[in-house]
Design a protein around this ligand. Sequence first.
Ligand code: SF4
Length: 60
Amino acid sequence: MDDDKSMVSRCDATTCRFNDDMNCTAGQIEVSMSGQTAQCLTFSPTESMSDTQGLSADNH
Ligand code: SF4
């Protein structure tokens, strides 16, 4: 298995500027855990997209 970037295996926040095809390209990130929800503090929306989408799963 090739896994050259293993800081974050996968991120669903595709609106984040560091998200490249569901992969985090930010070298160092900060994640805060609140309950069972992980929230990335490094999340930064892309300039082209104004859609609000975080790490919080909304698939209940
Ligand atoms: S939200 Fe956080 S983990 Fe996800 S791509 Fe952005 S910086 Fe990386």
